[in-house]
Design a protein around this ligand. Structure first.
Ligand SMILES: C[S@@+](CC[C@H](N)C(=O)[O-])C[C@H]1O[C@@H](n2cnc3c(N)ncnc32)[C@H](O)[C@@H]1O
Length: 691
């Protein structure tokens, strides 16, 4: 404290610091209630520069004209009985969190208290972002540090106490900070105490202004590029499809140039030690979310604090893995490197504002690209499997591949299977053989190719991959033993009749949205099983319900694609055919998985999902409504699959994969029955073979 006061006098003593005396930044800082215990100090031992006289320190966000917080009637908080309950999925504040289905442990070796070593749930699922006990208590978990997920915290509207473990940002800065004069980059910030990896440092404060006002200020600024480094868009939840008009965009921005806290003086680095996170308290205020800075590694006392102003987004719009060499090269090349010996090599010597401008452009391009994806058949994030856009059930949100419902993993193809067979050939061959099995009546080779191509497009699409990962996770969590192929075949074969009936029921309910929604919800969720609980029931997955969920999920996606003319060849005529084909897809994925054809990549950002969609849309362009166009497109060389049998050395039925249909163990696949009936001229009434 004493030292801080000396620095204060150091400033004020000299005549050239008259400006500081007049605006007295230090008086402002001293006025903060926290100043005694966790002061912010200002020190300049290099030159006569003072903090700009028109700058004012603030300790909370200031709402500019036209910016409003949510009305009280929209506010809500959790009603957890004990503070400890605010760490679990049941806490209302965590309701928007991605379901950490696959994530009971993170790379810190962190394991949920309520999960056994094998990851089986013993009770409630822990979901909040911070470590809850031990030396790391209150620090952000590594899983979060590496992600771009927002932080959802408890807040004033909650029933928990101020000591609730999920109020880290709300409790505020705990580290004394010092604004100091750097030799080459104006002011910078350091702490005279060590900071732990995952520790909250402070919020980036400023005036929250409308996007129009931000544009006006940019234009008015003599050097508008410079202005950009103080403006941060609050766009974490911006979504053109949002039902909330405040989140549709363009987003509000925080201007820290004239009103801000000490973090406004933190410089940019390509090798930062801090990262900025969106933090939400009351969900009604997502449009004015906080920007919270956390340490992403251990920081020594006195080390300058820095963050990457563009956080890994490069000029060409790609998001690169942090710490990766390419990211570093791009980050550095976007500004001139200062090679002077006294400056550390990771600081660029010129302001990174051109990158910030590029980022803005990149965001606009990104939005355009997304709109194009939606127009080509990617489902809108607002679409739900059950068809009700207001439905908030997690199971209905598989199309939402950004924000809080970003899948935790992406299923990617390896180049080769364990036995050295090209994975892309396996999928192409699968689609081709299924086509010739199921539709033997298609005679023209070009029509067979077209049909096969559409089956391949369906089977390799992102929603089918996501559904398979959920299936696999559920099987593992519930100890369903499908290690023997025969077991999965048996389970599939006994599920088929019910699934076929469900498809028939969905067809019948086509005009009745309520009944459709009810049918879908019933089959996407675990069924209720008798139990000792007070209600006498407990939701519990069974083998059959897991299979039903997979089949129904991809069936709804098939219907979606068909409706949107994504692939009109996804019209598969009859319920039994749908049931058989979708079962064949599941069995095929399972077999390919067993042969190590896939990798499971942790999702780092929504851009990764966008990429997966883009790859798929590029590979399977939208078929136009006219046959003529389909033919023309399918003739393009990269669209024509290899003709049957030319994939040398690959015999799917024997080596890997599966094309034979599921049906019943005794009678074989349903399509064989149907073909038989077709040849015999037989008709068994409903056109369905009996199981
Ligand atoms: C948000 S301010 C940071 C505080 C600033 N140094 C100051 O004195 O006010 C951003 C400005 O700091 C400077 N700056 C930040 N990081 C820099 C870096 N790595 N190299 C050079 N200048 C940097 C640029 O002038 C930039 O416009």
């Amino acid at each position: 404290m004493e030292e801080v006061t000396k620095q204060h006098f150091f400033f004020h003593d000299k005549p050239e610091h008259a400006g500081e005396r007049e605006s007295c930044h230090f008086c402002q800082l001293r006025a903060f209630p926290t100043h005694k215990d966790i002061p912010v100090s200002i020190v300049n031992s290099l030159d006569g520069a003072v903090i700009p006289p028109n700058f004012r320190f603030i300790d909370r966000m200031v709402l500019g004209d036209g910016v409003e917080a949510a009305e009280d009637s929209f506010r809500s908080g959790c009603s957890c009985e004990r503070d400890g309950d605010c760490q679990f999925m049941g806490c209302h504040c965590l309701a928007d969190l991605e379901d950490m289905e696959n994530s009971s442990a993170d790379e810190d070796g962190y394991q949920d208290d309520n999960y056994g070593a094998n990851g089986h749930s013993k009770g409630k699922r822990k979901a909040y972002a911070y470590h809850s006990h031990g030396a790391k208590k209150g620090l952000l978990r590594s899983k979060m540090l590496n992600s771009k997920e927002p932080l959802y915290e408890c807040h004033a509207g909650c029933s928990c106490s101020k000591d609730c473990p999920n109020r880290v940002v709300e409790r505020g800065r705990t580290i004394p900070l010092q604004i100091f004069r750097t030799p080459d980059r104006g002011w910078g910030v350091h702490a005279q105490v060590a900071i732990k990896k995952g520790q909250f440092v402070d919020r980036y404060l400023g005036e929250i202004i409308t996007s129009a006002e931000a544009d006006r200020r940019r234009a008015a600024s003599a050097i508008s590029q410079r202005k950009d480094v103080y403006l941060f868009a609050l766009d974490k939840f911006t979504n053109p499809e949002s039902l909330d008009p405040r989140l549709k965009g363009p987003p509000l921005e925080v201007d820290g140039e004239f009103l801000s806290g000490p973090t406004r003086f933190i410089n940019h680095s390509c090798e930062p030690n801090l990262r900025i996170f969106a933090r939400v308290g009351d969900h009604a205020d997502k449009h004015i979310h906080d920007l919270a800075l956390f340490a992403i590694r251990e920081i020594a006392a006195g080390e300058e604090l820095t963050f990457d102003y563009v956080d890994g987004v490069t000029e060409d719009g790609a998001e690169m893995e942090r710490g990766n060499g390419a990211h570093m090269a791009k980050c550095l090349s976007s500004s001139t490197m200062d090679s002077s010996p006294q400056s550390s090599s990771h600081f660029s010597s010129s302001p990174p504002s051109p990158v910030a401008l590029t980022l803005r452009r990149h965001r606009r391009d990104e939005e355009r690209r997304l709109q194009e994806q939606f127009s080509l058949g990617r489902p809108l994030p607002s679409e739900r499997l059950c068809g009700n856009g207001d439905c908030s059930l997690r199971c209905c949100c598989i199309y939402k591949t950004s924000g809080i419902y970003l899948p935790l993993y992406i299923l990617d193809d390896r180049d080769e299977s364990e036995d050295g067979v090209l994975v892309k050939d396996i999928l192409t061959e699968f689609a081709y053989l299924v086509t010739t099995e199921v539709w033997p009546s298609i005679e023209k080779q070009s029509d067979v190719l077209l049909k096969a191509r559409s089956i391949e497009a369906f089977a390799t699409s992102p929603p089918v991959r996501t559904a398979y990962l959920s299936f696999r996770t559920a099987c593992q969590k519930n100890d369903f033993d499908f290690t023997a192929e025969s077991r999965l075949r048996e389970a599939l074969s006994s599920t088929l009749p019910r699934f076929r009936d469900l498809v028939t029921a969905l067809d019948a309910a086509e005009q009745d949205s309520q009944r459709t929604e009810m049918l879908i919800h019933r089959h996407l969720q675990p069924p209720q099983q008798p139990d000792q609980t007070p209600s006498g029931k407990r939701a519990q997955w069974t083998q059959e319900s897991c299979i039903m969920r997979f089949l129904l999920t991809i069936e709804l996606w098939r219907r979606h694609g068909e409706r949107r003319m994504r692939q009109r060849n996804w019209a598969w005529e009859e319920p039994w055919m749908v049931a058989e084909l979708l079962s064949a897809v599941l069995l095929h994925y399972w077999l390919m998985d067993r042969e190590k054809c896939f990798t499971r990549e942790p999702t780092r950002s929504s851009e990764q999902c966008d990429e997966a969609w883009q790859d798929w849309l590029d590979k399977y362009p939208l078929l136009e409504d006219s046959r003529r166009d389909e033919r023309r497109r399918v003739k393009s060389p990269d669209l024509v699959p290899k003709p049957l049998g030319i994939i040398k050395g690959l015999d799917l039925d024997k080596d890997i994969g599966y094309v034979g249909g599921v049906g019943t163990a005794a009678r074989g696949p349903l399509w064989r029955d149907s073909r038989q009936r077709h040849y015999d001229g037989e008709d068994d009434g409903d056109g369905l073979p009996q199981h």
